[in-house]
Design a protein around this ligand. Structure first.
Ligand code: NOJ
Length: 556
């Protein structure tokens, strides 16, 4: 790594397409806004709060699942892909949300969950009585068990949430019978993507939502649909990442080449609709070159950049992930994406305040080492300002614009993520990042809904993060995000190109869109770039220098 100016230019991604520059805001419907006071967020609640998103200045929203579901995995267990769960409203509420978003100039991306259905889906309910060898079972991955009595699972695969990835069913005659595969919860049986009927069904689901006017799909577990045909054993602990060690064999359940044909077919379909509809891969695939295969010109438009989310808060790690990501996506002509938080990981305002690395699925709870809240927020603001200055498209997770931390002392009895039970209480799970948002400091449930009800308890400290305590308050996290999104647009930062000025062990600096962006990761304050300070993640020191864990945007 270089301590001098390198002036090395990096691409800004392809020109065109709204998605190449978009800031996309993730709404987690359970926790955004509750219109009816039952403690569960809903679609009318979202529609009523869309003004927040136009005020913030994002381009699009992505909605996590709102479909009918037993909620075994907070809606990622879909029982009907063409309707809305009564918890969240009705289909007409989805139509109203899409219409209102469009009227406000916001695009809408919905979540598609093709790797598995819910066990309450009509297909799975038909598969159980239909018995072994039936066409109904052929839509899923049913196998006989091993051993003389068939009482051992067909292979050694583990569920991402803990425990075996197979569950044995009772056959129509009442005897223990076959096993079905579920890479996640038992309530989420994996579909068989070798079956043409499955492929047809999902093309039809895509059409259903495209016809209703959505602008695209975030594709859940996009790297998991196709499994290695022999379902060979995998003597490794289960991880959702496909593994970046190219010397090791690829896990037989992730990132198989066969998935790409599915996305090529979907791309042809979305391209046949007017208005630039997009596909976004949730694919935990490393290295970046392998992930880039999902965004080749005839496949998806974007893939989440989890390598960015997982990168350590050091100058070398951030430099490496930015350069690698830009190069990998440029090689296939796709925009790079950036993401720091979502509904599956510890919020970055807390993650960056931890002294230990990691904290992806396992959460933080009472008795665990607690993050340093002040350090976490300071770094989170610096990381967000760094991210929003990079070429490409950025994803925000609801609440990060408030600097919201993880709920790290959620009582274990309140936990709802299946990870907590399935891991035998060894992994706390993801509830801490899913707590309902605080809108108004002095209102019941901080304005999440009209009552005190909240499906996960909100911590008492959250009044200070409420939107109404931050709006129009200079220096607040909310106003920092608003300013950054406005400046990002005005200066075309999403287009790049980016030219590195400093790639040292303590300071990163680059030029983009006529601005100089500098982040100080070191222990000592450093001189600010000369020019007009447009935005900064924390005040400069009394000598006008950039303190530790601060990002600045300066116009020369
Ligand atoms: C990824 C989703 O983001 C996560 O919340 C879910 O549990 C799994 N996929 C399974 O659908």
């Amino acid at each position: 790594m270089n301590t001098d100016a390198t002036q090395q230019e990096q691409p800004g991604g392809p020109a065109g397409g709204w998605w190449t520059e978009a800031v996309i805001y993730q709404i987690y419907p359970r926790s955004f806004a509750d219109s009816d006071g039952d403690g569960m967020g809903d679609l009318p609640g979202i529609t009523a709060r869309l003004g927040h998103l136009t005020e913030l200045g994002v381009d699009a929203v992505w909605l996590s699942p709102f479909y009918p579901s037993p909620q075994a995995d907070a809606g990622y267990d879909v029982a009907d892909y063409r309707d809305v769960d009564p918890l969240f409203g009705r289909l007409s509420d989805a139509d109203a949300l899409i219409a209102e978003a469009r009227a406000r100039g916001l695009r809408v991306i919905v979540d598609l969950v093709p790797n598995h259905t819910s066990s309450a889906h009509r297909w799975f309910r038909a598969a159980l009585p239909a018995g072994p060898g039936s066409p109904e079972r052929a839509r899923y991955v049913f196998r006989d068990g091993l051993g003389p009595a068939g009482d051992q699972p067909p292979n050694d695969w583990q569920s991402v949430f803990g425990g075996p990835a197979w569950t044995r069913v009772t056959e129509p005659d009442g005897r223990p019978g076959q096993w079905y595969l579920h890479l996640f919860d038992t309530g989420q049986p994996d579909l068989n993507w070798d079956n043409p009927e499955v492929r047809e069904e999902f093309l039809d689901v895509l059409r259903f939502w495209l016809d209703r006017g959505v602008d695209g799909f975030r594709v859940d577990v996009a790297h998991g649909l196709v499994k290695q045909a022999d379902l060979t054993n995998w003597q490794e602990p289960q991880e959702i990442l496909s593994g970046n060690d190219v010397a090791k064999p690829r896990p037989p359940m992730w990132d198989q080449d066969g998935v790409h044909e599915v996305y090529r077919e979907w791309r042809r379909l979305v391209d046949s609709y007017p208005g630039e509809r997009i596909l976004v891969a949730e694919a935990w695939v490393e290295p970046a070159e392998r992930l880039a295969r999902y965004v080749r010109p005839d496949e998806m438009h974007q893939a989440f950049n989890f390598e960015h989310l997982l990168a350590a808060w050091t100058a070398p790690a951030q430099y490496a992930v930015v350069t690698r990501s830009l190069e990998a996506t440029d090689a296939v002509g796709a925009p790079t994406t950036w993401v720091l938080s979502n509904h599956d990981v510890v919020r970055h305002a807390s993650r960056l305040g931890l002294t230990t690395a990691g904290g992806r699925l396992n959460g933080i709870g009472i008795g665990d080492p607690q993050p340093d809240a002040a350090v976490g927020l300071r770094r989170a603001r610096a990381a967000s300002l760094l991210m929003l200055a990079l070429p490409g498209s950025a994803y925000l997770y609801q609440g990060e614009e408030l600097g919201l931390p993880e709920h790290t002392t959620l009582p274990d009895e309140a936990r709802q993520d299946p990870t907590w039970e399935r891991s035998g209480h060894t992994q706390r799970g993801r509830d801490g990042c899913r707590v309902p948002l605080p809108w108004e400091a002095d209102a019941p449930s901080y304005g999440f809904g009209p009552t005190d009800a909240s499906w996960l308890p909100q911590p008492p400290s959250w009044a200070e993060y409420a939107l109404d305590r931050q709006r129009d308050v200079p220096g607040s996290t909310y106003e920092m995000y608003r300013a950054a999104l406005r400046l990002r647009r005005e200066h075309g930062l999403a287009r790049g190109p980016l030219a590195w000025l400093s790639t040292g062990d303590e300071v990163l600096a680059f030029r983009n869109g006529g601005l100089t962006v500098l982040t100080n990761f070191g222990a000592a304050a450093v001189p600010a770039p000369t020019g007009e300070l447009l935005c900064s993640s924390a005040p400069l020191d009394e000598d006008g220098r950039v303190p530790t864990d601060v990002t600045v945007w300066v116009r020369a």
